[in-house]
Design a protein around this ligand. Sequence first.
Ligand SMILES: Cc1cc2nc3c(=O)[nH]c(=O)nc-3n(C[C@H](O)[C@H](O)[C@H](O)COP(=O)(O)OP(=O)(O)OC[C@H]3O[C@@H](n4cnc5c(N)ncnc54)[C@H](O)[C@@H]3O)c2cc1C
Length: 408
Amino acid sequence: MNFDVVIVGAGPAGLSFARSLASTGLRLAVIEPQDATSLENPSFDGREIALTHHSVHLLRQLGLWERIPPGSIHILCDAQVLDGDALPGMRLDHADGNQPQLGFLIANHLIRRAAYAAIAHQDGLSLMCGERVIGIEPGRERSRVRLSGGQTLTTKLVVAADSRFSETRRGMGIPADTHDFGRTMMVCRMNHEELHHHVALEWFDHGQTLALLPLAEHQSSVVVTLPPVDIQGLMAAPDTEFATAMESRFQGRLGRMNLASTRHAYPLVGVYPRRFTGERFALIGDAAVGMHPVTAHGFNFGLLGQDLLGRAIRHAQAGHTDIGDQRYLGQYARDLRRATRPLYLATSAITRLYTDDSRAGRLLRRAALSAGAALPPLRRALVHSLTQAGDSRAATYPLLGLLRSLLP
Ligand SMILES: Cc1cc2nc3c(=O)[nH]c(=O)nc-3n(C[C@H](O)[C@H](O)[C@H](O)COP(=O)(O)OP(=O)(O)OC[C@H]3O[C@@H](n4cnc5c(N)ncnc54)[C@H](O)[C@@H]3O)c2cc1C
């Protein structure tokens, strides 16, 4: 029961990270409460993950990309952002970048399935299902990790990927700034009469936020954000009533609509910890950065973070240093903070602004969107941040990209 790295949580971030350490020769344990069958064949959970080009590059490196059925990879060409009834809003056009599309959409359960398949027979990896981590005792040489089944593991490093509500982060005494948006997001697939032309729609309407994510030709993912009580009504509505309600909320943009999947609801809570590391301890995935999904960056940041931590560990190994050494963990924490903090703050600000239905709020967001539409550098910076691929340490995200593009 001695390991080099114990990974807490076999979600997409934890499994991707386990995969990225495959060639290091380190002994890994992944601890997960769910059983192996649920990990191998996860069911549809309503989430369609918009992936940047950099994330696709990382998924290819990890050997996950080729495990996703090509027919389930949907192209995201452009995106249209609307505010209430005001037209034209802001359009993010792939032509402002250097790629034939802004990004790709893949169902979350297919990413999870691919991640499991990639690690299922990995040498040196022990997957412990049906177990929770219930306690961590950091030590000078090794940490001790207590499991719900009664076992104790020892390890040089614990990596927590146990969701934005991470119990291990809390157990390690790392405070986190948490913001409950007081809204719930409902997601499902719907078939529709009209074509979407592979354009995503983000519509900040009065009292509701709506989104359409283009999937197959006549199918989109429908995303509705409302106060929890209104979402309960939509979740409980009979299928035909629900479809009529969606046609009306989307003002018939896609013609007649029919429900094509189960419906799923997610309460919206943003989380950003004060630190990403502790003694022989690091956070990745949503446990590190729990984004509001509106800017579609949660798993993109999860992939980025696991890549940065994997690099830090390989650097430590190359220098024949302890992989739990704070110098390397510190570098990881700085890199991740630099890449994620601006967008985390911007997303929270945007979400507050676009759910503020006061007159001042409406005027401010109209001004913001018009400025965005009228400022090609802003639009190009956003497109650039989605379409670039390459080195994670050099990755820039919208606000950093914007600053860069405004500088001479
Ligand atoms: C509606 C919606 C839409 C989204 N759209 C996008 C998008 O377009 N683009 C994007 O990049 N991201 C998007 N995201 C975010 C993305 O889904 C998440 O960032 C990602 O799934 C988080 O993965 P994770 O592995 O960090 O955490 P999780 O998927 O939450 O997995 C955590 C794992 O830890 C396990 N666990 C919990 N406690 C313990 C414990 N004590 N011991 C051991 N294991 C434990 C859990 O069982 C679970 O398997 C969206 C999210 C939502 C809700």
